[in-house]
Design a protein around this ligand. Structure first.
Ligand code: ADP
Ligand code: PHD
Length: 454
């Protein structure tokens, strides 16, 4: 049995829906389908998830006129898909009502309201997909996180799955003849409220279902032929990756290979389920296979290179820092006091750099943290670097090679790219290079061309 997830770009309009339906119905193994919300139909378009965020904000601010206009815009997206298949209008009415009634429900606070609104992009799309499949004569059943017990914890817009979900999923039964259509992106908290994963999180739902339902394969359909060795928006015609390991993908998606969510690797790893990323418009192409480490023999030295620009860094210098017991602990205590987590903390004998994901911080919080560190720790130098980027060079093939670091650093030096930090150690398959934002893309191109020129 296969779990199949379609991204927003693969369900954006009637023609793309038609491709997806062909894929679903061409293989009887494809029994569980996970939908994203309709995505962009062209580069100027707006994702339905972003329209729903607008709708939620208008409701929170009591802007009734704006809310009505956005709600109509959202409905038009689903209506256009339904019309493409000549679905009778009355069948769409439950979706229309659901969207209209969203503001009337009780939410513990505005964050839960936002989560519930956002989740409806996928929920309505799964319902629509099952209606269309049935209308075309394929036996499909719409199932929800409520029904199967997909439970989550954490914050309402950045939730994580609760392990008991897997036991509940094991009890979810469906017949050999039906196609289950399930909305991505959200689960239900123990208190019964909707909470979403982070953006792009429908990939996570697919992986949870694949693990919980013991799928033989998790197919992830998107709008590119494969995962490439570099972001195709940064490098022209990068090389497709035929096969890679879970660990490689996790390192790369963490740093910016947005084609697959880094958190979605975890259920797949736990369930030992291979992932195949494929193109909805060209499903015959092999795509990229993501597999466990033990079944993999690397052919290239590096598998991919990527830069994430959403980082900031706090650089601290203090003589004899390495002799001062509890120095790092006191920094971490200040961060914990403000509920801020850090990403990395490379250190030297007199220096330490704490790297943050910018999503964790705002300007006010940065000021507070810097002031507290200055007062309580009294470093000789404290510098906040707001335009920090992390370039990640990843490959199982680096494991037993020497000199790879030279091949990474030399092209950067040739391009006069400053490298304020290198971290090569903890993970034997990844080297992390700190650069400044403005150099990040050039760094990716320089490293890519050094390793993949031929
Ligand atoms: N290394 C990469 N390989 C392929 N695509 C990438 C890579 N890095 C970034 N991308 C981008 O990821 C996009 C697909 O991800 P996303 O838009 O989230 O898809 P979906 O809507 O199918 O979930 C591609 O169109 C591409 O622009
Ligand atoms: N629709 C959500 C979740 C998601 O996974 O979307 P996509 O598959 O289009 O990346 C978002 O936009 O974040």
């Amino acid at each position: 049995m296969k779990v199949v997830k379609f991204g927003g770009s693969s369900l954006a309009d009637g023609p793309s829906y038609e491709h997806a339906i062909k894929i679903i119905t061409s293989d009887p193994e494809r029994r569980v389908v996970v939908t994203s919300a309709p995505g962009k139909r062209n580069s100027n378009d707006i994702k339905v998830t972003d329209l729903l965020i607008k709708y939620a904000n208008a409701i929170s601010k009591n802007e009734e006129q704006e809310a009505m206009l956005v709600r109509k815009e959202i409905l038009l997206r689903y209506q256009a898909i339904a019309d493409y298949f000549n679905l009778p209008n009355d069948q769409l009415q439950p979706l229309v009502d659901r969207l209209a009634k969203l503001p009337n429900a009780d939410y513990p606070n505005n964050n839960y309201l936002m989560a519930a609104f956002k989740a409806h992009g996928e929920r309505l799309n799964a319902e629509l997909m099952s209606l269309i499949l049935n209308y075309l004569g394929y036996p499909a059943r719409f199932a929800t996180p409520e029904e199967v017990g997909l439970k989550v914890a954490g914050t309402p817009n950045n939730a994580t799955v609760i392990p008991e979900t897997y036991a509940r999923l094991a009890n979810f039964s469906f017949s050999n003849h039906e196609i289950i259509v399930f909305p991505g992106f959200y689960g239900i908290t123990l208190a019964g409220h909707i909470a979403t994963f982070s953006r792009g999180g429908s990939d996570i739902t697919g992986a949870i279902l694949a693990r919980g339902l013991h799928a033989g394969m998790y197919e992830n359909f998107t709008d590119v032929d494969a995962i490439y060795s570099a972001n195709p928006n940064v490098v022209d015609h990068p090389q497709p990756i035929a096969k890679m390991t879970y660990r490689e993908m996790r390192e790369l998606s963490y740093a910016g290979f947005s084609v697959f969510h880094d958190e979605a690797l975890i259920p797949a790893i736990q369930g030992n389920i291979p992932i195949n990323v494929k193109n909805t418009s060209d499903p015959e192409k092999p795509g990229t296979l993501i597999v466990p480490d033990h079944s993999f023999q690397p052919t290239d030295i590096i598998t991919g290179v990527v830069s994430g620009k959403h980082f900031a860094a706090l650089y601290l210098h203090k003589y004899l820092l390495n002799k001062e017991a509890g120095f790092t602990l006191r920094i971490l205590q200040i961060l914990a006091r403000h509920n801020v987590s850090y990403e990395h903390m490379p250190s030297g004998i007199d220096d330490i750099t704490v790297i943050f994901d910018k999503k964790e911080l705002d300007d006010e919080l940065v000021d507070i943290i810097c002031n507290e560190i200055q007062e309580e720790i009294n470093p000789d130098r404290l510098e906040w670097i707001d335009n920090y980027a992390i370039t990640m060079v990843v490959g199982e093939g680096m494991r037993n090679r020497t000199g790879v670091i030279n091949d990474i650093l030399n092209p950067l030096a040739e391009e006069h790219i400053a490298v304020p930090m290198i971290n090569q150690g903890a993970s034997r398959i990844a080297i992390m290079i700190g650069t400044y934002n403005q150099d990040a893309d050039a760094a990716v191109r320089a490293i890519y061309h050094r390793f993949f020129a031929n």
